[in-house]
Ligand binder design. Structure first.
Ligand SMILES: C[C@](O)(CO)[C@H](O)COP(=O)(O)OP(=O)(O)OC[C@H]1O[C@@H](n2ccc(N)nc2=O)[C@H](O)[C@@H]1O
Ligand SMILES: Nc1ncnc2c1ncn2[C@@H]1O[C@H](COP(=O)(O)OP(=O)(O)OP(=O)(O)O)[C@@H](O)[C@H]1O
Length: 308
């Protein structure tokens, strides 16, 4: 009997999300500065009679336990590539908020790829795994790689970034999720409504901020706080106006920066150090503007197979 294999995969926050115009293929070009943070899902692959998915954790009931699950799609893609029978039980121990803009589904896809590759002995190279990740979703390659990285294209073309120190974050988890395609559509709608147009002809190519990259490199939280931006934030706020109160509560509690994480609705707050993060977390919890509060620091390592 082959031993189960468990992979641990981090969540992400986008410290810069610059969104270009709508491309003919329905995606947007990005300058997407990812930072992996220490909130993790674990995916365990065990031999089984057929493909089966189970999920545990507080948000488990919001995750589909079938072949639409990104982890199942990852296992099927890997099995298809190598001509292997995808008879595997994937158990997802979920700690990353679901539909929260923290790439939880992407984390599970990257974790399933890594765990199944080890279980099946398919020995994929890093390049093969990254190509499969990119097919599964724009955020999935970063879930594999972790750390800090600049994502170009639709976010799948990654260049690792150096970071000078750990950054301390507080996350305010909202009630209910936001659909990523709906948030991108709302971004386009707001751009149309403002008269700029929304396509690649109308919007300048997105570029990473030199000040932001420098702040990451030097590990300076105040400089990073001054440079964080998220072009999807107006769209997330338009779809979920109550997030403005959450952002204000974090700022009032002493956060250096308050922003929507990716497509939201999780809000991310940067703090000077772990002590300041605890104070921001307490202020947010007392504000009643979110369902749960989490603290985590980053950069965190990418998808990793855990030792027995
Ligand atoms: C918002 C972010 O989380 C920021 O990292 C990502 O851009 C979203 O990445 P993801 O969830 O992996 O998204 P995908 O599964 O690749 O795409 C879902 C949908 O989001 C929209 N989408 C996604 C990525 C991108 N660069 N442009 C887009 O317009 C498209 O409508 C697409 O059909
Ligand atoms: N393994 C999975 N974990 C979570 N959601 C999944 C998974 N597989 C499929 N889904 C579906 O995908 C939707 C988006 O979930 P996910 O948690 O990945 O969103 P997200 O964190 O906002 O993504 P991103 O930050 O990459 O845009 C969920 O509502 C759920 O129906």
């Amino acid at each position: 009997m082959t031993r189960p294999v468990t992979a641990r995969v981090p969540a992400k926050v986008n410290v810069q999300l610059a969104v270009g115009g709508l491309r003919p293929d329905g995606f947007h070009d990005l300058a997407n500065v990812f930072l992996a943070v220490g909130l993790y899902d674990e995916v365990t692959a065990t031999p089984a009679d057929s493909l089966r998915i189970t999920v545990s954790g507080a948000d488990a009931d919001q995750v589909p336990p079938d072949r639409t699950n990104l982890a199942a799609r990852a296992a099927l893609a890997l099995a298809g590539r190598h001509g292997v029978d995808p008879a595997v039980h994937l158990h997802i121990a979920k700690d990353i908020p679901v539909a929260g803009g923290m790439a939880g589904g992407s984390a599970d896809a990257a974790g399933a790829l890594l765990a199944c590759d080890a279980l099946w002995g398919t020995g994929s190279s890093r390049e093969e795994l990254l190509a499969l990740c990119a097919e599964l979703g724009s955020d999935v390659p970063f879930s594999l790689v972790g750390g800090a990285a600049l994502g170009r294209g639709r976010g799948e073309l990654l260049d690792p970034l150096a970071t000078g120190a750990a950054f301390h974050w507080v996350f305010a988890v909202a009630d209910g999720g936001l659909s990523t395609p709906a948030v991108y559509r709302e971004c386009d709608r707001l751009r149309e409504a403002s008269g700029t147009g929304a396509t690649v002809e109308d919007i300048a190519d997105p570029e990473p901020s030199p000040a932001l990259l420098e702040a990451l490199r030097t590990g300076d939280p105040a400089a990073l706080a001054a440079a964080v931006t998220n072009d999807l934030q107006p769209a997330a706020l338009s779809l979920r106006p109550s997030l403005a109160e959450t952002l204000r509560a974090g700022a009032d509690a002493g956060a250096l920066a308050s922003l929507v994480s990716g497509s939201g609705p999780t809000c991310a707050f940067l703090a000077k150090d772990t002590e300041a993060a605890e104070a921001v977390a307490a202020g947010l919890a007392a504000s009643g503007t979110c369902r749960a509060v989490r603290t985590a620091s980053g950069p965190a390592p990418g998808a990793t197979v855990l030792a027995d």
